[in-house]
Design a protein around this ligand. Structure first.
Ligand code: ADP
Ligand code: ZN
Length: 520
């Protein structure tokens, strides 16, 4: 058993160098690795490209036995195994699509302790059950752990089987990794995996090299041609909502002489592999894809990402733009949004089991698209990271709207949220601020609280827009799993108690102005 000593540090640094060829750790990697080596259950939340794999691969080398890695995508597992093998580390995959002989081979190696890491699809895990209890397991790694949460945006039913891992193997440390988890999803991961005492590490989600640009979706094709005309042979991804639109847009781009390919789940695996290969090798630098594309793609020189349609939530959006600029060099991300997208996305959500939740996330995405303050602040605030300074690298920072001193309004809104004990969603908060005389208000006795009616001089629509601006500035947050009630963030406490100044924009005017400017 390890304790975090100098010799442990020296040991993991030498493993880092000798097995992976790196001289130093990326942020949080070392702490996470030490947590696992000290046999803690661990939750690692890191942005795409943050270096999650190393967080279990290195401990797998340092601890006796085989690490069992549960990963959702077979293609992704193969890539990982190939690169491990290239580094001289014995690793393999086990899944149901393998030929029988290959499976037998893997099982033999597993039994003989010849593997340092075994990647398993969650669906195939039950097939290994007997074997696992008879070998030495160093650790369990659950990659893309948000797939276990029915609250998350990529729920995979087979992940729920992982609930029993901890019961079955209480002594084996379990590390869960994900790039996309809001606070409640993080809590859900711990609950679902039965690791209530897990040590949690949250790396910064900031990707300062990504320029964040959002525009109304009028004349999208024309805007895209202008965009591409300045970007030569740079590699980029265009995300569309439907298969059909990927094909249509790819054809349009090809007709204009661009090397662009459509990619979606309707293609055969061979076709998809080919397209992916051509993209990775820059033979076809532009890919027009549905969100089926990208998970686990490790291409460092993607210089831009365009969302032809608005994504259904901020998690997906941030993950997708995060596929650009992984080399740390400047990259441009461009989101188009239109009301037509919102309507289509609403239709997708309707009738699903988690309809209300999905609609709330969609609405938040739309609010982000219409933000009038630093985009990065809004995104990071959404993930619970509160930055103070505007980023200087987004469309709003570049051409900010006209602001006025909205401190008093912000104080009123925050104070209402506080007086309602953070139990109410936006509609009720606004009613209370406006002093609405309706049954819902009276049923709860809210006409008696101190902030009742303090903002009755502001029109409902304006007040709503100011509240959305506070969400985008990371001062308020929505609890998506509990009726969308509004929560105060640490920044709200600064507004209420430390005299923090808040700038607001006169939304209706500004939104119209921005729309007019950007589409011309
Ligand atoms: P994630 O799974 O978090 O998206 P990866 O594990 O794929 O990230 O790592 C992203 C990239 O960073 C990979 O190319 C990986 O080889 C590289 N990387 C990981 N750790 C380090 C390190 N300590 N130093 C330099 N590069 C690293
Ligand atoms: Zn900014």
């Amino acid at each position: 058993m390890y304790s975090t000593t100098d010799s442990q540090q020296t040991h993991i640094l030498s493993l880092l160098k000798s097995n992976f060829g790196y001289d130093e750790f990326l942020p949080n990697q070392e702490k996470i690795i030490n947590s696992v080596l000290n046999q803690n259950d661990t939750i690692a939340i890191m942005p795409t490209g943050g270096g999650k794999s190393l967080c279990y691969q290195l401990p797998a080398l340092a601890i006796e036995g085989t690490a069992i890695v549960i990963s959702p995508l077979i293609a992704l597992m193969k890539d990982q195994v190939d690169s491990l093998t290239a580094n001289g580390i014995s690793a393999n995959v086990f899944n149901s699509s393998q030929p029988q002989e290959e499976q037998q081979e893997v099982l033999k190696d597993l039994k003989n302790g010849a593997l340092k890491l075994l990647y398993v699809a969650p669906e195939s895990l039950p097939l290994l059950n007997d074997m696992l209890s008879s070998i030495k397991i160093s650790l369990f790694a659950v990659d893309e752990a948000h797939c276990i949460s029915s609250w998350g945006h990529d729920f995979r039913p087979a992940y729920t089987r992982l609930k029993t891992l901890k019961q079955q193997f209480p002594e084996v440390p379990l590390i869960a990794l994900t790039a996309t988890a809001d606070r409640p999803t993080q809590v859900d991961i711990a609950t679902q995996l039965a690791i209530p005492n897990a040590k949690k590490f949250i790396a910064s989600f900031d990707r300062p090299n990504l320029y964040i640009d959002v525009r109304p979706g009028q004349n999208r094709n024309k805007q895209i041609f202008n965009f591409l005309a300045k970007r030569g042979k740079q590699s980029g991804i265009i995300y569309c909502l439907s298969r059909k639109s990927t094909e249509k847009l790819a054809a349009t781009l090809k007709a204009k002489g661009y090397k662009a390919e459509a990619y979606h789940a309707g293609l055969t695996p061979e076709e998809r592999n080919n397209i992916q290969d051509n993209f990775l090798n820059d033979r076809s630098p532009i890919i027009v894809a549905t969100i089926a594309f990208g998970m686990g793609i490790d291409k460092s020189n993607v210089r831009w990402v365009i969302h032809y349609n608005m994504p259904k939530n901020i998690e997906g959006y941030y993950q997708e733009i995060g596929r650009s600029g992984r080399d740390g060099l400047a990259a441009h991300t461009l989101l188009f949004y239109s009301f037509a997208d919102v309507i289509m996305l609403r239709k997708f959500a309707e009738g699903t089991e988690t309809e209300a939740y999905q609609l709330a996330k969609l609405e938040r995405m739309q609010q982000f698209a219409e933000a009038l303050s630093c985009r990065r602040k809004a995104l990071l605030g959404y993930f619970g990271e509160h930055i103070i300074e505007d980023c200087g690298n987004c469309d709003i920072c570049k051409t900010p709207p006209k602001y006025f001193d909205g401190t008093l309004i912000a104080q009123k809104i925050c104070s209402a949220v506080a007086r309602l004990r953070e139990q109410e969603a936006m509609g009720m908060v606004l009613d209370v601020l406006r002093g609405a005389q309706n049954a819902q208000v009276y049923d709860k006795g809210y006409q008696n609280i101190k902030t009742f009616g303090v903002a009755k001089d502001i029109a409902w629509r304006d007040l709503q827009q100011y509240t959305i601006q506070l969400l985008n500035q990371g001062i308020l947050q929505i609890h998506f799993h509990e009726n969308g009630r509004l929560l105060l963030t640490p920044l709200a406490k600064q507004v209420l108690f430390e005299g923090k100044q808040v700038q607001l924009a006169n939304v209706v005017k500004e939104v119209e102005k921005v729309k007019a400017e950007k589409t011309t």
